[in-house]
Design a protein around this ligand. Structure first.
Ligand code: SIN
Ligand code: FE
Length: 281
């Protein structure tokens, strides 16, 4: 089974739709950019890299070249989007409301198509998301994306096989870390907390998927264009996804404990634990 992109109106209980590895899309009217925010729509807002980031907890903006009033406008836009993304999650999945925690917010002002990058950073290859520096310890990565392209251009994605299939194919190639290895990474400050065996396997999976050109070609996959003005939500630790083209996107990351899911057996944590025959987080 491949992942599907399902309009919110057809998703029924959206929670079940997301938990079984689909993307839920609100096709229009999600986030309105104000006139004062128009100058933010240029790659020159970046200091370096491909994202501006915002931490809703500290209200710190990172990665921007802007100063003065425009810097404040950027922070205010990211903060407003972050709040709207949280409200989107709360109304779409009310059962998660008491359990989600907000992570980083990002603004992605660079055109994806034609952008050069190393294979590991190349998000035009199908992959699942995993964090090298901030271990999730088995928690789910739920992300809200909004295409805020001011020229009406879509954001073009591909979605691939279910996590059951991905896990079945790649799990034999994933190696459990040595006992204590995750704690050493924390001591060396390579990670913010100890990297759990689950985090180690998910990082390997991200890399194995991107590296395997034969897999990228043959795996069943569907293309979908998210229109300007739309927003969508997915467990990106589970949904195989690739972003092929598009410019100007906002994104909010949430973390959700597996125990808050309707059916935690569908989580990558429980699927990998079944395949490896041991606890991973
Ligand atoms: C990704 O999470 O792989 C990138 C998504 C995007 O930038 O559209
Ligand atoms: Fe991704």
């Amino acid at each position: 089974m491949t992942s599907q992109v399902v309009p919110l109106a057809d998703a029924g209980a959206a929670t079940g739709c997301l938990e079984s590895g689909n993307v839920v899309v609100e096709p229009s009217g999600f986030f309105t950019v104000s006139a004062g925010e128009q100058p933010l729509f240029s790659p020159s807002v970046l200091a370096s890299g491909k994202n501006v980031s915002f931490d809703p907890a500290t209200r710190q903006v990172g990665g921007s070249s802007l100063t003065g009033a425009l810097f404040d406008t950027l922070g205010a836009m990211l903060s407003r989007f972050s709040d709207e993304a949280l409200a989107f999650v709360e109304r779409t999945c009310p059962e998660y409301a008491a359990h989600v925690t907000r992570g980083r917010t990002s603004f992605r002002p660079v055109e994806i198509a034609g952008r050069a990058s190393s294979w590991r950073k190349d998000d035009t290859r199908l992959h699942i998301d995993a964090f090298p520096a901030t271990p999730v310890q088995g928690r789910r990565i739920l992300r809200v994306f909004a295409n805020v392209n001011p020229h009406g251009r879509p954001r073009s994605w591909r979605v691939g096989d279910s996590f059951d299939e991905v896990g079945r194919y790649f799990a034999p190639k994933l190696h459990l870390p040595l006992p204590g290895a995750g704690a050493v990474l924390h001591l060396l400050r390579i990670t913010k907390t100890a990297r759990s065996p689950y985090d180690a396997l998910m990082l390997q999976l991200h890399d194995r998927m991107k590296q395997d050109s034969e897999y990228q070609q043959r795996v069943p996959q569907t293309a979908f264009d998210f229109p300007a003005g739309s927003a969508w939500m997915a467990f990106t630790d589970q949904v195989s996804h690739a972003a092929m083209a598009g410019q100007y996107q906002l994104e909010q990351t949430f973390l959700l404990p597996v125990g808050a899911m309707r059916d935690e057996q569908q989580s990558p944590l429980r699927i990998l634990e079944r395949l490896k025959g041991r606890r991973l987080a």
